[in-house]
Write a protein that binds this ligand. Sequence first.
Ligand SMILES: Nc1nc2c(ncn2[C@@H]2O[C@H](COP(=O)(O)OP(=O)(O)O)[C@@H](O)[C@H]2O)c(=O)[nH]1
Ligand SMILES: [Mg+2]
Length: 371
Amino acid sequence: MQSDTAASMKIKSYFSHSVEQAIQEARQQLGPEAVLITSRRAAPHDRHLGAYEVVFGSTAPAPESAPPPQDLNREVAALRDQMESIKRALASGVPAPNAGAQPEFARFHQQFVNAGLDAALAQQIIDDAANASRDLPAAQRSAGFEALAAQIIRKRLRFAPEFASDAQAVKRSVILIGPPGAGKTTTLAKIAIRECLGRRLSTRIISVDPYRVAAHERLRSLARIMGLGFTSVNTIREFLEAVDEFRGKDMLLIDTPGFGSNDFESARDLAGCFSEMSPKEVHLVLPAWMSQKDLLRYIRLYAEFRPDYLLFTNLDETESPAACLGAAIESNKPLSFFATGQSIPEELQAASAEPLLTNLFGQRAAAISAA
Ligand SMILES: Nc1nc2c(ncn2[C@@H]2O[C@H](COP(=O)(O)OP(=O)(O)O)[C@@H](O)[C@H]2O)c(=O)[nH]1
Ligand SMILES: [Mg+2]
């Protein structure tokens, strides 16, 4: 038998002709609290001690020594519980609840994470709200926490100015980018009708797709129905010519092909070409059902296009849009529109905080008033 000591945990190796025999010996000496760390065939230079080695760790003293005071036992048990919770948290990628945070708010962490918010951001919001709630009388602290958390979230969200307000210089190019199937073409048609036709702005739709000539057809027919001018281009050069030709318009609405992570190389020329244009605004279109991780991955992927805004679609297809909330806060990008269905042009609205708070506080979300 060999032994050595590491920090406060005692590590011991036991050797025997079988693993079972070695475990039995260890248990007799260290007591039932000892933890089996590993078992293996003994190294050649230890074979004379036994064919197998089992390694045990023990925080409690061996049973033959005097029993520790009750308080110490409790402390060790509490420490062990804490270690277990940290171990579980590390394994699941979820940070352990902040020991400093008040336990009455711990349930919100799980609730936020279940709603789709990244665990670290959930903890940040809870810590901030818990700190703010200290100023409240004790009896109101729990009830006030939700309103404070909602208020903290609202403060961290940013929004685009009204799309075609009188105060804003209207004349510009509006470019929709994003992964395939995100809803770019559908949303562009909604914007054209709601924001451009509705406000009598002179508008031209330009559809750029260097790869698929047939890709323009859906938008071409939508433009015909809307009674809007439409140009399709298949090369960067044609695109620049079209922009030049229609630069007298109030609004150029530009639809692009979707680039996924595997074919993003081909997006570079287009990104470079857009960066030369001014005035313009670039909306990164993303479906709300994506996880916060995937949303942030696409935000990073599309950084080359320098998007000004995030535009979330498919809000009707998710019960918990908290991932959008997390992606907006983490990327610090303002939000422009929310698309909430396939119907053109009805299912589009200016982005706002309330729809993203759905489910974060369960059924009571609607009751939380903007403090
Ligand atoms: N449920 C739902 N479907 C949408 C929404 N926006 C777009 N779609 C649908 O998603 C599909 C892909 O949309 P499309 O505009 O062609 O995506 P694109 O590839 O990004 O241009 C179409 O069937 C649209 O009708 C939305 O907000 N909610
Ligand atoms: Mg499209």
